[in-house]
Design a protein around this ligand. Sequence first.
Ligand code: SAM
Length: 384
Amino acid sequence: MAKCLHFPQCGGCSLLNRTYKNQLSEKQNNLQSLFSNWNLEVSPIIESPQPLFYRHKVQLPFGFFKRSGGIVLGCYGCDSHKVINQTECVIQDKTLSKIAWTIREWATENRLSVYNEKTGTGFLRHVLLRKGAGTGEVLIGLVTNGEKPRGSRYLAQKLLEMTGQKKDEFKPVVGIVQNVNKRQTNVVLGEKQIVWWGRPFLKEKLGGLKFKIELSTFFQVNPYQLPRLYNRVLENIDKKTKVLDLYSGIGSIALWISSKAQTVLGIEENPFSVKAARISASVNNVKNVSFVAGDVAKLLPQYINFGFECAVVDPPRKGLDTRVLETVKNSGLKTLIYVSCNPETLFRDMEYLKHYYKPVSVTGVDMFPQTGHIECVVVANRIK
Ligand SMILES: C[S@@+](CC[C@H](N)C(=O)[O-])C[C@H]1O[C@@H](n2cnc3c(N)ncnc32)[C@H](O)[C@@H]1O
């Protein structure tokens, strides 16, 4: 059992007081009971090779002490919007934690102000850090309520100095990017990006493939477990078939299955992700994948009749739009592989399709140890 001085106040890890084995059996039981009316045995959950220090994406809000105004940085408390002043975290990658706590010191030393949700004033909103597990590269993101500050070049140099980048032989930071978000909203990222130093993306290398990751593009947070999740998809792709990869992000699933499929078409709405996916296809010399940018609900009716036999869907937590479900229902797709970080919406969607697709396997993949979250892969075959 891992220990953290912020447990149980911190909202990050609700299962920290349980052994990993115990967490896995609880998740397995939850899936079995959620899918109980499907009359099939849920496959044994795939455990994470690294149950601690696995998160390669860190997103933390800034806050401040009411009396002193001192800067606070950390997760929100459980069931609250109060920021915990974290000094340790047992699920974040250790390098990223070190950099996060250094950013708090840097903000304090440079007297930067912190955003106040109630008044809409103050500068710093969130820290967003990403790391490539296969390359070690780190991208630093600072989400701010305001434009480029005066002296941003000096601030960037100070931050590089404080993170050890100037003296250490190993220099992980490849970029410092400011993201401007002036809206009074819970959505973390704004539209505008300003590069203070370096480049606005990091390179990642996993499973023999190279990827390009930016602040705003989706990539699984647990790189140790990612190959096991994608291999579960790969195992269920029939050789030389035409596959759709819906909600394709930076093309990671499309590229992963490209050696087995005949062709893969990815559909993704984030234009930065689509651009990154096309670059990765070219860098990895993969010729049988292509990507289109746009809303799956709008684009799928145009592409569904191009002879695709299988669709991999990996939507956000809210699951599939009814328009997508209707298109899939009326399609000629023989196999549906549904990947989801929210088993409840996955279940809802598969129930919608139950007269058309029969689930033949359900597998939990523990992408988020120490937390109550679980990733799930359901494979379903067309029945009529
Ligand atoms: C859970 S991520 C999956 C990404 C990718 N399959 C992967 O494994 O990294 C969901 C993706 O869906 C995209 N997305 C969300 N809503 C969408 C929509 N209506 N149409 C197309 N893409 C959408 C997001 O930008 C995000 O990249």
